[in-house]
Design a protein around this ligand. Sequence first.
Ligand code: ATP
Ligand code: MG
Length: 575
Amino acid sequence: MKLSKMHLKTLREVPNEAEISSHILLLRTGMIRKLVSGVYGFMPLGWRSIKKIENIIREEMDAKGGQEIHMSAVQPAELWEESGRWYAYGPELWRLKDRNGRDFCLGPTHEEIFTDIVRNDISSYRQLPMNLYQIQTKYRDEARPRFGLMRSREFIMKDAYSFDRDEAGLDVSYNEMYDAYDKIFARCGLKCRPVEADSGAIGGSNSHEFTAISEVGESEIAYCEKCNMAATTERAKCVDAPASNEEMQPMEDVLTPDTKTIEDVANFLGLEQSRTIKALLFVTYDNEGKENGYVAAFVRGDRELNMTKLINAFDIPEHAIEFADEAKMAAATGCVGGFTGPVGLHDCKLVVDSELVGLRNLVAGANRENYHTKNVNYGRDYEGHIVADLKVLKEGDSCPVCGAPVKHARGIEVGQVFKLGTKYSESMGATYKDENQKEQLIVMGCYGIGVTRTLAAVVEQHHDENGIIWPMSVAPYHVIITLINPDDEAQAKVADDLYKELSKAGVEVLLDDRKERPGVKFKDADLLGIPVRITVGKLAADGQVEYKLRRDADKEVLTAEEALSKAIAIVNEEK
Ligand code: ATP
Ligand code: MG
């Protein structure tokens, strides 16, 4: 492709809302174009890279026996009602009505559709196992679309679904997909860490996220260098502090004026924060969106409440619980903002972190303005309706597997694999007949990759202050020929010959034949991040060119023939 003919609009300035490198660079290179918040289109260079990622995914999915299909983005509400997700998916589900008032949504994922296919088409054990996948546009009306392609409202996803006769079959399918994901992300040039994950709204029992390590990632992961445990902090189990063998002391209310935070109370009483109880107050909603109850959650003062664990303990959707209006909750339950404790609360569900059960003589809010209660003890003074691990595993906490201190890292969730089990086949009636003609539920798994998010993750891991540094495998073009002076005959001839020879060898090559200053061309080449740059300038008169890799600082002078064979070799090796 000749750059003079290509539709390319690079930007010098990008909108303020672009905060992270991938968002800034994808906009500056003109690879993506914003339409409205969280909705982007792809221009020629961007679309080429997307197609490369898609093809890597296709090759690895096909290698595992996956069969590609393509389903509609428009999905009828009835299927979602059958699975119970029309309500459970909440406001992220992009809903619409047709002219007759019938409900539809734009698919955020396709479990219902794929389950519907197999319940119609599969009848015998002989047809299983099976793996179907698609690469398709998804819609999620995210509360906070941001970071460009990272969290958008319209995005491309590869979603695969496996169908097996039994759990053992699912294990095999799951491991195959896990293996395919390792290969896909490695081929895209991503440094990825698979971590245990929560299974969220999709449901199911077992799940891993593939996290591209990056400081700007929204996923926080906890990992252990000693035993290899790795999990999202949402999911990671925590080790309870050992139970105390102190004698229980009598409760006593003490005046603690203006001590609304744990830090204030601990300082005021001269105690460690770990000797206090922290309260967090919530309200829950029913299927119609009406308030249907209050929740007070309690963790040790120095701990952080893990919302995912709280939601799982209640088994309600994420959108059915939020922080309570303290004044309203106080009137109903007797809590007092800033001074709430578990003793004497009424008309609300008490959810207590498991660790508090074994600890003794803690300080908690007295449910009285400006008072705390000393020597509060579980069992004697209060009990929980639910007792569960509700804590966030923090950096330095004990590893739940081996006890060593855990570390934290941030990353971008580029893919996720789930064992769904029979969640959908049960609610939607997807069965097959086994060898004995007995009806059995199909056992399912589902496997997603964010194609557009993967593109952003690659840029996040591969850039410098001058622009993108594409790995060969997903670069929009392999080689850029920077022709310094298109009006110089010798230069134009060398550049043109190189262009033709490279193209003939199957190398994807861009020829910068624009009438621009050399400085502009070099800047653009760096910004676009094409892996190999061949500069054709004055030396062309002697048949020489300059050869440089985007990722390296140094360049070398070679004959045009040498540059040609070097470029072909590296492209073939790395593409
Ligand atoms: P997240 O926790 O980031 O919202 P998720 O757990 O909801 O992701 P899945 O339902 O597992 O995501 O979707 C599969 C893949 O689709 C994710 O691993 C991610 O790469 C991608 N993805 C999900 N939501 C978005 C989004 N809003 N924008 C871009 N990609 C997304
Ligand atoms: Mg999500």
